[in-house]
Design a protein around this ligand. Structure first.
Ligand SMILES: Cc1ncc(COP(=O)(O)O)c(C=O)c1O
Length: 431
């Protein structure tokens, strides 16, 4: 679709820019202070889990099967918490460790373990020289930060509608022994919201890496976070691995951060028998045992997968209108102009937006000037470098509907004004 601003005559374009600038001045005068930067549940959502705080009292039975909750022990997590986590991920509870309140911490711990001690009996990565990590992009900035922080080389791989470009992933993983890992958010991906197709999952399971210490970091953060009534189906990575006869290839992560309370949820990791035994040993050095009171409260509150699903339906009822509003505002303001595209996810926490090439930084900075904070442009790429400078992550869950509506009006105006200015500047350059 042609860029509507580029199709205008120069006087028409100048008039359009002037009109949009006048609207921007009006918005600036309102002194807004709105935030669409990070994927956080809003207070209505966290309130859904408040009854969990009443589950444990001074009178509660603090045993869980044979496990004692109010003392050290059970380093792999309480039996009821492991059962719950295993059900959420669709794996056997023997293959799960529940520990800590943040899955990102567990990912960081395992990358660090690979770095300092090595994986599967291999030399620690810190002694192997150059280490590369594949980063499907657009992706989750905090994943990229973990590997960049340890000096590993983050290599961007295009993320398509059905998952990462698997021809490229296969070529790199099977052809280059310095490739040691890949970050994946296989369901309701952060930020595009896509879910990997069965074929992509099977191709992951069929990888035969050049490096024996290569692992897939399968971050299933949004496994139960559908909000649209159409829940995407993700093929179970461990079932696919079994089918392909591969072992020791993936760590799967999850947490209840966006089920109960961010930073006070319950986090878990699953892996095959040998890998999970190694993870257990590695964790034993850092912690005597995990936060079992929180685990007990979670297991008694959520009970099982069907309890989680019904709780998540209540989240969906709160979140769905926000995503509907994003679609309404973006379609209402930008459809047909040929300057933008965006995703329409069935779940997760984000909408991924693309403006004209070279526009993202300018849009984010103009929106900030008008009082709306967005995720920094480029954050969805390794090292903050979006090669097209076009991608912006929209996080609509935290603001109230009223604030979100206002923030989206500002965003749409910023996209139009930057696009119109760029069309005019392009004309100046041609003259
Ligand atoms: C893909 C992904 N993984 C992990 C996290 C963080 O999860 P946790 O709070 O369990 O560390 C987020 C939070 O936004 C996320 O988007």
């Amino acid at each position: 679709m042609p860029n509507a601003f580029e199709s205008l005559s120069t006087p028409e374009l100048e008039e359009a820019v002037a009109g949009l600038e006048a609207k921007a001045r009006e918005l600036r005068a309102q002194g807004l202070s709105l935030d669409m930067a990070r994927g956080k549940p809003n207070p209505e959502q966290t309130a859904l889990a408040r009854p969990m705080l009443d589950v444990l009292t001074s009178q509660s039975d603090l045993t869980d099967g044979a496990a004692i909750v109010d003392n050290y022990g059970t380093p792999e997590g309480l039996p009821s918490a492991r059962r719950l986590a295993a059900e959420i991920l669709g794996v056997s509870e023997d293959n799960v460790i529940v520990s800590g309140s943040s899955s990102l911490n567990l990912m960081h711990d395992l990358v660090t373990h690979a770095f300092t001690n090595g994986v599967g009996g291999c030399e620690p990565l810190c002694r192997q020289g150059r280490v590369k990590w594949l980063c499907p992009a657009p992706g989750y900035d905090r994943h990229f930060a973990v590997t960049a922080h340890l000096g590993m080389e983050n290599v961007a791989v295009p993320l398509r509608d059905d998952g990462p470009d698997m021809d490229l992933v296969q070529e790199l993983v099977e052809g280059d022994a310095s490739v040691k890992g890949i970050w994946c958010v296989p369901k309701y991906s952060n930020p595009t919201g896509i879910t990997y197709s069965d074929e992509v999952v099977r191709r992951f399971a069929s990888l035969r890496p050049a490096a024996p210490d290569f692992r897939i970091y399968w971050d299933n953060a949004y496994v139960v976070h559908g909000f649209s009534g159409v829940d995407d189906e993700l093929l179970n990575i461990f079932d696919a691995l079994e089918e392909s006869g591969a072992r020791r290839l993936a760590y799967e992560f999850g947490s209840t951060a966006k089920v109960t309370f961010p930073s006070s949820g319950m986090a878990f990791v699953a892996a095959d028998e040998q890998d999970i035994a190694e993870v257990r040993e590695a964790f034993a050095v850092e912690r005597v045992s995990p936060e079992k009171l929180s685990q007990l409260a979670h297991a008694r509150f959520l009970k099982d997968l069907s309890g989680v699903r019904s709780h998540m339906e209540r989240h969906a009822a709160i979140v769905a209108p926000r995503f509907a509003l994003v679609e309404e505002k973006l379609a209402g303001g930008l459809a047909g102009l040929g300057i933008a595209s965006w995703t329409r996810p069935h779940g997760g926490y984000f909408v991924s937006f693309d403006g004209p090439e070279g526009s993202a930084r300018r849009i984010v900075s103009l929106a900030a000037e008008l009082g709306v904070k967005l995720t920094p442009a480029g954050a969805t790429w390794p090292y903050g470098k979006d090669p097209r400078d076009s991608n912006i992550r929209i996080a609509p869950t935290y603001p109230s509907l009223e604030d979100l509506s206002c923030a989206l009006d500002v965003f749409v105006l910023a996209v139009k004004l930057v696009s119109a200015r760029m069309a005019l500047e392009g004309r100046g350059a041609q003259a």
